[in-house]
Design a protein around this ligand. Sequence first.
Ligand code: 13P
Length: 284
Amino acid sequence: MALESVKNILRMADEAGTSVISFICIDYNMVYSVIKTAEKANTPALVMLLPEHSGKNNTFSIKGFAETAKDLAAGVRVPIGLHLDHSYDYESVIRAIRLGFPSVMIDGSARPLKENIELTKKVAEAAHILGADVEAELGTIGLETSDSAEKKGIYTDPETAGLFCRETNIDSLAISIGNAHGVYREKPVLDIQRLEEINAATKVPLVLHGGSGIPDDQLREAFKKGINKFNVGTEFIGEYYKALVDYTRLKEKEDNPFKLLEVPRFVQERLETYLEAKLKLSRF
Ligand code: 13P
């Protein structure tokens, strides 16, 4: 089927009291594996591009990623959504929408509240005219691999979250409740009470970033209490990397350049095993 709108998938997740998983993908193998495994598991899923992977690392063009996701989603019967992760300015978000992304994130969380509201509102107005959905962020989600104080997260304030959503007209809100991007150094503890308060103060689906390494019992609790979209990157990319290392070790004695052609299937099988287990967290 055609791509489903992220807004509709989040609504379905909300009605089912669960969360859709949004996977950062860097290339065809990852996009393919998410969509094929979602089909096998009969579970909706999102594929997501982090713009800096496209720009800085030259992994995939923005348009190429969107067209690949559309093409693969057309071959399955389960709802698949396409989303652009952290983008920091109006121009790049609008450009990505024009290049085929029907859902985007504008992240003004590092700016003062007033500026975050102004930027997010401007993006939401334009994106909605273009038919796209908008996720924004309030509070800051920390970066676990950084030691600097300013990179530690600032928890989302429930009352400010209510105001932010009313002012900006966004479709979903990423919140900070003890989650962080990257590999957790200590076991994370989500502030579930704060989540409940944010959920009571807002009407939009809530998004949990930094999904790699959060224990499953905490995730299930968070899904029941208002998280309807859950982002995973580090863990999934790590599985891919391990698969490549294993393949290289397995084949290093074979001096045949065409062994390269076996890599996609090898990697896809490994990713599908990981994804099958992960998608069980989503209970649609
Ligand atoms: P992790 O890389 O920590 O799983 O976080 C992914 C994410 O939240 C992307 O926005």
